[in-house]
Design a protein around this ligand. Structure first.
Ligand code: URA
Length: 422
């Protein structure tokens, strides 16, 4: 077997055989297939697709590339959620401690920023001292002790995905249903959770731009999870506008802590509670009351213990970017559109994301929103604040925000999209 023949098969629209898939994933993991060859194969998959058998085999090969975890020693049922990625999607931060406060064990293996979307680990690393890299023993001990852990998948878990994820981020090959479904589900199945709730994002800031594509991604992932014995459900949720009022690492941590303190933007609270209910239901904890756990401070207690257990200081002052630039509303009226993709690109260009896989991210960089679709705005009021340590990036980020919003004359009838679409 050789990489060129596998690339040619997919380039010429053939279905890959089980043997080709097993070989190419194994050889890429071992370094025998080069990054540039895998990048070419990913692009052929993005352009020509894969059928369900190929996706199932690709996922199984990624699981088999590493070890599988086992949470059977825990006394609580395990519940996990995974988002397909969005802008301002900080939901994991309040959600994991909230669901743990309601009685489940939440092993949340998370990723870094991908394309214009933020990454949970990049966000949490803005908390001084916090460590994303834990050994399997440390992970189990934090999970057992606090009920929740958010960390990087260990080197041994689906190592094929680790390499592929970083490669896809910098080769324009993220937005492919087979690659997204296998990437997410290989990690979740190898992780060994008993139940999984998928938050499949739809809209300009999501990898899936249409409801039809999002439904296909959701049903592909639910099928993969179910076939491997994981109780898997999916929600389709809006990503046409950023979630909450921030997109950027430390900015989003601050907003998540507000939610845990009983405040925070309404859409973030609504989605956190909707996903918490699904997770508790899937874990068999139907009687738990996540709204109460948010209001009475028990979710915040778990957050503080979880951050501390991973070396972080929950009381530390979060980093703030050195420079700010305010974009004002050019007219008065109703804000009818604030585009998630444009804001995600702006945050990324300001330094919240990375252009090459080895790049560092800026903890303080990002975009703060001062209004959401449906709000009334007045000409000259701040609409966005851009944050960065490197002000030479403002011009490039402003190009992204230029067409990112629409303001209609006051009185125009307008209904904002619901947070949960189905
Ligand atoms: N999240 C993942 O883990 N993988 C993807 O491909 C996209 C989002």
């Amino acid at each position: 077997m050789d990489a060129i023949s596998v690339i040619r098969s997919k380039r010429d629209r053939a279905a890959l055989t089980d043997e080709q898939i097993d070989w190419v994933i194994d050889a890429y993991t071992r370094g025998e297939v080069a990054d540039y060859q895998m990048a070419a194969l990913n692009m052929a998959i993005l352009l020509n697709g894969m059928d369900r058998r190929e996706i199932a085999r690709w996922t199984a090969a990624m699981i088999a590339s590493g070890e599988r975890m086992d949470f059977s020693s825990l006394s609580r049922p395990t519940a996990d959620k995974h988002s397909t990625g969005g802008v301002g999607d900080k939901i994991t931060l309040p959600l994991a401690p909230l669901v743990a406060a309601c009685g489940a064990a939440v092993p949340q293996l998370s990723g870094r920023g991908l394309g214009h979307t933020g990454g949970t680990l990049d966000k949490l690393e803005s908390i001084p001292g916090w460590r994303a890299l834990l050994s399997n023993e440390e992970m189990l001990s934090v999970l057992d002790g606090t009920g929740a852990v958010i960390c990087a998948a260990g080197d041994g878990l689906a190592p094929a995905d680790k390499k592929l994820y970083a490669l896809r981020d910098v080769t324009g090959t993220v937005e492919a249903i087979p690659l997204i479904a296998s990437s997410i589900m290989s990690k979740k199945i190898a992780e060994g959770t008993g139940s999984l709730v998928l938050d499949v994002k739809v809209g300009s800031g999501a990898f899936m731009k249409t409801l039809d594509d999002a439904r296909e991604l959701a049903s592909t992932m639910v099928g993969l999870g179910t076939d491997h014995g994981v109780k898997t459900v999916a929600l389709l949720t809006d990503m046409s506008t950023p979630l909450g009022l921030t997109a950027g690492n430390a900015l989003e941590v601050r907003e998540s802590v507000e939610v845990l303190a009983g405040g925070g933007p309404a859409d973030v609270v609504e989605l956190t509670l909707a996903l918490a209910r699904e997770m508790l239901d899937a874990a068999g904890l139907k009687d738990a009351d996540p709204a109460k756990a948010l209001a009475d401070g028990s979710a915040m207690d778990v957050w503080r213990r979880m951050i501390t257990a991973q070396g972080g200081d929950p009381d530390a002052v979060l980093p703030v970017a050195r420079e700010q630039h305010v974009v004002v509303a050019p007219a008065s009226g109703t804000l009818t559109r604030l585009d998630a993709y444009d804001i995600g690109i702006a945050a990324w260009r300001l330094g919240a994301g990375r252009a090459r896989k080895e790049d560092p991210v800026q903890a303080g960089a990002g975009v703060e929103l001062h209004a959401k679709p449906g709000d009334t705005v007045v000409a000259g009021q701040p609409l966005l604040t851009l944050h960065t340590d490197t002000p030479e990036r403002f011009g490039y980020a402003l190009e992204a925000t230029e067409g990112s919003f629409d303001i209609a004359p006051a009185g125009t009838s307008f209904t904002a999209s619901p947070v949960v679409l189905g």
